[in-house]
Design a protein around this ligand. Structure first.
Ligand code: ATP
Length: 350
């Protein structure tokens, strides 16, 4: 995963004067699974459509394998797109849907047969060759869409919210399938998603976007454990945000009158224009007087794999904590964390 297959340089786009991309700089490596993640309207689909060739940017440059991509027409770009709606042909069966692209390229019959059957096997649709598209489940349609794209041997597969139409269970299963498939065939996948969990579980790297600008690029671990700003911390996962914390000096912050050791440096002494973020799963609930702050459990909600517990401390701060232990409302407890749980970031400037 060394070479950049795609390089976006200061790509901007506006629609009738409304800026939707403010200058996107992004390197996409050969063979990686990269996801554009952000809320609705942040410009992820526009970025994908510009790369695919459905839209033209107002300015900027895109390089594909070191050459200028923008003058190249859609049908000459070595990409395929999978849309949320799959866009399958309802009057054709599974085989003919997958074969469609090869037929338009006048591929020889024996090669076509071999390639289509190979893709059918790869996505696990053996035995469904003659099945009408309308008689398939959502997951099976998804597989046809993937096979139809892969049979054209694209160098980059563009996926626009490919799992959004599936129910929760199937979506989780297809996530694993997509990841497996991508590793197996080794081509670059560029996916658009607004679903944090999906992006975290499937991607080699994530590009977090908001309001037409990139907020952070990193591995799922980077994005989750080391959010670069408060916006990313809030958007990816849940957080306790301490808005009135103080950065005392390098490796020392103050929360509710107490000093704590942290990994962060270079914010300036007695700095107040910072926020401190602590993830709910990084806080431990302990017996009274054995943690940093004593408090009382004021709410508990079962979330499937953990409990979300709210503890109000004697300092009147409410902390959200994820734990696999059970607690009762009014339990007297104490809270604690490791030094690495503290993340300091500059306050957002409006
Ligand atoms: N053809 C168009 N004409 C005018 N405005 C557009 C057009 N396409 C997109 N936009 C606007 O550009 C902004 C970015 O849209 P885009 O589809 O890229 O966002 P997104 O992050 O993919 O969101 P979603 O997840 O809702 O698709 C939105 O405000 C959208 O309304």
């Amino acid at each position: 995963m060394e070479n950049n297959i795609l390089e976006l340089r200061n790509v901007t786009k506006d629609y009738d004067g409304k800026v939707v991309l403010k200058g996107i700089d992004l390197n996409i490596k050969e063979g990686e699974f990269i996801t554009l993640l952000g809320p609705s309207g942040c410009g992820k689909t526009t970025t994908l459509r510009i790369i695919a060739g459905f839209e033209k940017p107002n300015s900027g440059q895109i390089m594909f394998e070191g050459k200028d991509l923008l003058p190249i027409p859609i049908n000459k770009r070595q990409f395929n797109t999978i849309f949320q709606s799959y866009a399958l042909f309802p009057h054709l069966n599974v085989f003919d849907n997958i074969a469609f692209g090869l037929r338009t390229k006048k591929t020889k019959k024996d090669i076509l047969q071999r390639e289509v059957l190979k893709q059918i096997r790869q996505v696990g649709l053996e035995g469904f060759e003659d099945r009408n598209i309308n008689d398939l489940s959502g997951g099976q349609k998804q597989r046809v869409a993937i096979a139809r794209a892969l049979v054209m041997k694209p160098k980059v597969l563009l996926l626009d919210e490919p799992l959004a139409a599936l129910d929760v269970q199937l979506r989780q299963h297809m996530r694993e399938e997509l990841k497996r498939l991508q590793k197996e065939i080794g081509i670059t996948f560029l996916m658009v998603s607004h679903d944090q969990e999906e992006a975290l579980s499937i991607s080699d790297r994530i590009v977090v976007m908001n309001q037409g600008a990139i907020q952070q690029i990193g591995t799922p671990e980077d994005i989750y454990n080391e959010p670069e700003n408060l916006w990313v911390a809030k958007f990816v996962g849940q957080s306790n945000i301490i808005e009135d914390g103080i950065f005392v000096e390098d490796n020392k912050v103050k929360i509710d009158g107490k000093n704590f050791v942290c990994d962060d440096t270079n914010f300036g002494e007695d700095e107040k224009s910072i926020d401190i973020v602590i993830r709910p799963e990084d806080i431990e609930i302990k017996k009274t007087n054995t943690g940093y702050f004593n408090g009382t459990v004021i709410n508990t909600v079962f979330k499937g794999v953990h409990w979300e517990v709210l503890v109000e401390t004697t300092k009147k701060r409410i902390w959200k904590i994820h734990t696999t232990h059970t607690f009762e409302i009014d339990d007297k407890v104490s809270i604690k964390w490791n030094d690495q749980a503290i993340h300091v970031m500059w306050k957002e400037v409006e």
